[in-house]
Design a protein around this ligand. Structure first.
Ligand code: UD1
Length: 417
């Protein structure tokens, strides 16, 4: 069983290159199903969700593989609508993008219910509502979803009842070839949505986003292209938590500062020294960290994907703080694990209240990707050795975590016994 062993109390110091954003690389990989031509995509992080997605594409009959360290070549010319790797679909949330992509290309798709990190209910009724609005029939039966359209689709106005990254992306994919202008209202505007739109437009798509409304002007055909995925904002912000917990000073290279700005302001109010450059951020912990009270909400506000890591960091502040999660209100599995390390955290409804805590090394379990990142944050600042199991969750989202942390002075190793 793979575990991470971390010796706490070592100051992180140096420079780290931030990888491409997993959560936009994934929809872009699935969007290649809309292009019956070769696409070369750069800045793809080597993490397990990406490997699994490439395997799913190969199962459909596409050519899809890494050709360089962070570059993939995908050609879906020979792809069919039959998903061979349904068990992989059930393991990953991002596989839900197969619904939009295969529906747009073949007018039908039958898919296992997408899985993914388990931090509460993850419904897809907004996705299905959108497909139905476009004229599809959606049937959910025996853990499978079947979406199909028997007649030519017409452009429509879709208003999402809830801001959803997944539903927004699926609607953009599904409507790409529909004649006329499909209007999608109340959209998510996370950078991963814009990344996908930029990619599709580079392939010949005609998509315009105005605030929370996206206009998809039907394209006849998409063409192969070269594209570079945006930097991973959540990875960058997670490293900011690592720096705070380890009393460190690190320059984060290859970031998009605009995507980080709202969240970095919270780190500034905690007293951390932050200097922004064009595509870099320098982060240094101050002598004392102050607490903050944070509420997660759709972008451009504070991301739910940073909630657990920030809770861990708040343990090291002089006065504690709180994190209220308005997106995934039961995302608290990490709390019990942090308590094993001495964290003084209580939960009230959808809020974690964190008191200043003396953390010590312990054996913990990563219950999901960001929960795992919270345990790494806590372990870096804790006294003594920590052992984190269920490492596969962490590896699905953070490229070269051990190598990157080691390069800046972290004492971390991956063991397998
Ligand atoms: C994506 C990200 C995930 C991130 C989340 C929020 C990927 C693969 N996953 O997940 O890492 O944590 O965005 O930024 O990119 N909802 C509904 N009905 C729906 C769809 C969503 O009620 O049909 C609700 C959800 O329960 C949640 C909120 O809407 O409360 C946002 O969910 P959504 O943005 O869809 O998250 P995902 O796309 O699953």
């Amino acid at each position: 069983m793979e575990r991470l062993i971390i010796e706490g109390g070592h100051r992180l110091y140096g420079e780290v290159n931030i990888s491409g954003m997993k959560n936009s690389a994934l929809p872009i990989i699935y969007a290649c199903l809309l292009v019956k031509d070769e696409c070369i995509i750069h800045n793809i992080p080597r993490v397990s969700d990406i490997y699994n997605s490439l395997e799913i594409l190969r199962g459909l009959g596409a050519d899809a593989d890494f050709i360089e360290r962070n570059t993939v070549r995908i050609n879906t010319k020979n792809a069919t609508a039959t998903i061979k790797n349904q068990e992989l679909v059930s393991k990953m949330r991002a596989s839900s993008y197969l619904m939009g992509a295969l529906f747009a290309r073949f007018n039908e798709v039958c898919i296992n219910m997408p899985g993914g990190c388990n931090f509460g209910v993850r419904p897809i009724e907004q996705h299905l509502k959108g497909f139905c609005c476009l004229g599809a029939t959606c049937i959910e039966k025996d853990g499978k979803i079947e979406i199909k359209a028997d007649k030519k689709l017409k452009s429509q106005k879709i208003t999402l009842d809830k801001i959803s990254v997944g539903a927004t992306i699926n609607m953009v994919l599904a409507s790409i070839f529909i004649e006329g202008t499909t209007i999608i209202e109340n959209c998510a505007i996370e950078p991963h949505v814009d990344d996908l739109i930029c990619f599709l437009n580079k392939c010949g798509g005609k998509i315009i986003r105005k605030n929370r409304t996206i206009l998809v002007n039907g394209a006849n055909k998409l063409y192969g292209t070269d594209y570079t995925v945006f930097p991973d904002m959540i990875e960058a912000l997670t490293y900011a938590c690592f720096v705070g917990a380890s009393n460190g000073e690190v320059l984060l290279n290859k970031v998009n500062v605009t995507h980080l700005r709202y969240s970095l302001d919270f780190f500034k109010s905690m007293g951390m020294h932050i200097k922004e450059y064009e595509s870099k951020v320098h982060i240094k912990k101050s002598t004392v960290l102050n607490g903050v009270n944070v509420v997660t909400a759709p972008y451009p506000l504070f991301p739910t994907d940073l909630h657990p890591q920030l809770s861990a960091l708040l343990c090291f502040t002089c006065d504690g703080g709180s994190v209220k999660d308005e997106i995934f209100p039961t995302r608290f599995a990490y709390v019990n694990e942090l308590r094993k390390m001495g964290a003084n955290i209580t939960t009230i409804d959808n809020m974690a209240v964190i008191k200043p805590s003396y953390l010590f090394g312990a054996r913990t379990d990563a219950t999901d990707l960001r929960a795992g990142a919270a345990l790494v944050t806590a372990s870096l600042g804790a006294q003594g050795n920590s052992e984190i199991s269920n490492v596969n969750y962490i590896i699905r989202g953070y490229e070269c975590l051990v190598e990157k942390l080691t390069s800046i002075g972290g004492k971390i190793k991956l063991v397998n016994n």
